[in-house]
Design a protein around this ligand. Sequence first.
Ligand SMILES: *[C@@H]1O[C@H](CO)[C@@H](O)[C@H](O)[C@H]1NC(C)=O
Ligand SMILES: *[C@@H]1O[C@H](CO)[C@@H](O)[C@H](O)[C@H]1NC(C)=O
Ligand SMILES: *[C@@H]1O[C@H](CO)[C@@H](O)[C@H](O)[C@H]1NC(C)=O
Ligand SMILES: *[C@@H]1O[C@H](CO)[C@@H](O)[C@H](O)[C@H]1NC(C)=O
Ligand SMILES: *[C@@H]1O[C@H](CO)[C@@H](O)[C@H](O)[C@H]1NC(C)=O
Ligand SMILES: CC(=O)N[C@H]1CO[C@H](CO)[C@@H](O)[C@@H]1O
Length: 497
Amino acid sequence: MALQYGFYVRFLLGVLVFVSASFIPCDARLKNLRHYGTLFDAERILGNGSTEELWFTQRLDHFNGADSRIWKQRYFVNDTFFRSGGPVFFMIGGEGPANPAWMQFGTWLTYAQKLGALCLMLEHRFYGKSHPTEDMSTENLRYLSSRQALADLAHFRTVMAETRGLANSKWIAFGGSYPGSLAAWFRLKYPHLVHAAVATSAPVHAAVNFPEYLEVVRRSLASENLDCPLLVQKASDTLLGLLKDPKTYDNITKDFRLCEALQIQTDMDSAYFLETLAGNFMDVVQYNQDNRAFEGVVGTNITIQVLCGMMLDSSLGEPYDRYAAIGRLMLQTFSQKCLDASYTNYLRDMRNASWSSPASGGRQWVYQTCTEFGFYQSTDSPNQPFKGFPLPYHVKQCGDVYDPSLTASTIADAVQQTNEQYGGYDIRTSRIVFPNGSIDPWHALGVTRDISDDLPAVFIQGTAHCANMYPARDRDLPQLGLARDHVYLLLQNWLKQ
Ligand SMILES: *[C@@H]1O[C@H](CO)[C@@H](O)[C@H](O)[C@H]1NC(C)=O
Ligand SMILES: *[C@@H]1O[C@H](CO)[C@@H](O)[C@H](O)[C@H]1NC(C)=O
Ligand SMILES: *[C@@H]1O[C@H](CO)[C@@H](O)[C@H](O)[C@H]1NC(C)=O
Ligand SMILES: *[C@@H]1O[C@H](CO)[C@@H](O)[C@H](O)[C@H]1NC(C)=O
Ligand SMILES: *[C@@H]1O[C@H](CO)[C@@H](O)[C@H](O)[C@H]1NC(C)=O
Ligand SMILES: CC(=O)N[C@H]1CO[C@H](CO)[C@@H](O)[C@@H]1O
């Protein structure tokens, strides 16, 4: 079987991928899941029934008192460290299935042990097994939004406090990536329910176009070797040139092990193909050296160093050949025979509204980008090495997948509304810490400077997406350990307030 139906997430990244695999709380690259198969297998890693699945009765529509429909939302509990009167740590689910591995591993559990906290994790509506509606039709996706998700958190928090006798406990929200933003916004919108938040790698500012993402990818590659992004640029330029000549398509099909002979009929076809290949670099940079193996993630040994090593290796041929060799390495790493880089197939899967859709995860997240966040990682900046997937390509997918009425102007309005709702970079409340990593492309939309004493940033030189949330290990950079300690001290302090 080819790559078609797996999932891997480049989530926040934008569009292409599908996921069904893992993640939470820090997945951000939905798109490529589609290409590289299921990465996550908590049962394999943890054994059966490691952490019991529990179900919470939730409202479908929090903003219409006349609508009494309900559904079941999945959550997990770990009370091993809880001391009566201690705080409640609340891990927020995001754009993928909630991974129970986080109930046994991760820095937040280290904090929980020291502070006597009860740990809870709630899966985000419409992801994983939390299905509020019978399917994911565009009609039903109207109930998928960060606002409804925050209201889910509020209701869950209120009911749990009553039923579990937690009236005297202070709640602390945790999340990485999109759930990091939710953690911050939960504190902002429901300050009476949540005492403080750790909003890791959180893109709190919504933006339709996000060309800065690839600029950070360039800088991260350059920090490994200055020639590395230049060689990637050469390869992209060559490839773009070849795409103009259909006689080269047989060779391209072979070089990148495509499942079907390359066909380029529209700009969307070529953009999807080029974005898929660039995705290899985006994924690796975003998670470079993150200690993710406990999540069941495969391929964590493919790092920036490995990719740049190959781009600099002239024994592999011209830069174009090296780029293709990287594509083949990724296939091999994820045990895939071939690459499905066809926009037509992508659309077919993304339009499938069944919960068992091959694009489950991707269909939901891309809907959120079309109706709330944008976050389109376009090639529109000259200061980055990739070519051929400009903003209009991303925007057009909204109309192609969900509804032709979604256009550049509706997306721009939706994004403006989101920033109005939450404040974007100007978020103002208290007791939120914003850790971010210098090589993580998402930091460009995050809070990277202290807003106030009460809204500190923790910037970690040399680390990638959500690095501080993963379990500590000996070879972590010293500044990463210091960042974890710093967050701990803040929490300790805030819990006294
Ligand atoms: C998990 O449980 C299922 C049935 O409940 C069983 O078939 C499977 O072999 C178990 N897997 C592991 C890894 O124990
Ligand atoms: C809670 O976390 C501890 C520490 O990681 C772990 O040993 C334990 O198995 C976890 N319990 C559950 C129910 O997940
Ligand atoms: C395809 O690749 C072969 C081997 O590298 C090369 O000789 C040939 O010229 C290429 N064909 C085209 C149309 O570029
Ligand atoms: C990564 O690890 C796998 C499995 O251990 C191994 O087969 C592969 O050669 C490694 N790849 C690199 C680039 O180190
Ligand atoms: C949607 O995906 C499921 C699972 O792959 C498949 O069984 C079903 O036929 C697909 N539906 C459509 C309309 O393609
Ligand atoms: C790139 C960037 O914005 N870096 C900032 C991250 O946050 C720290 C404060 O913790 C600033 O000093 C950096 O300039």
